[in-house]
Design a protein around this ligand. Sequence first.
Ligand code: HEC
Length: 109
Amino acid sequence: MIKRLVLVAVLASAMSSPALAERGDPEQGRVIAFTCAGCHGIPFHQNVYPTYSVPRIGGQSEGYIIASLRAYRSGERRHPTMQAQGNTLSDQDILDIAAYLSGLGGNQQ
Ligand code: HEC
């Protein structure tokens, strides 16, 4: 019985997003993410000039944004441009940006 309870607790914590435990500040994220708009554009899916496609990041899930930025920063996900971006971000910056971007609706940034 005890074993079962432990298993349930472990599963529950594994399933909950890391962002729930440590949430960023969306207001702060808005300030930091200002530079990202240069490439991710408004509405955040195409670079303005020269025009090339950049993934839309506004409205993506918080956990996904955190995971992507950490992966770029560590070099696990390879992309020279985004790795350079990731290198400038602290853990707190990443949480803040994710809190901000995930709160945006589909057609905004
Ligand atoms: C110089 C241009 C440029 C800038 C500035 C830039 N990005 Fe990106 N970003 C890209 C490109 C290009 C990709 C696609 C990379 C790939 O294919 O992995 C990308 C991918 C991403 C992804 C992954 C999206 C997905 O759907 O997988 C996230 C998240 C992201 N950027 C967030 C940011 C944040 C946050 C900032 C600001 C701190 C930022 N980017 C600034 C060009 C840029």
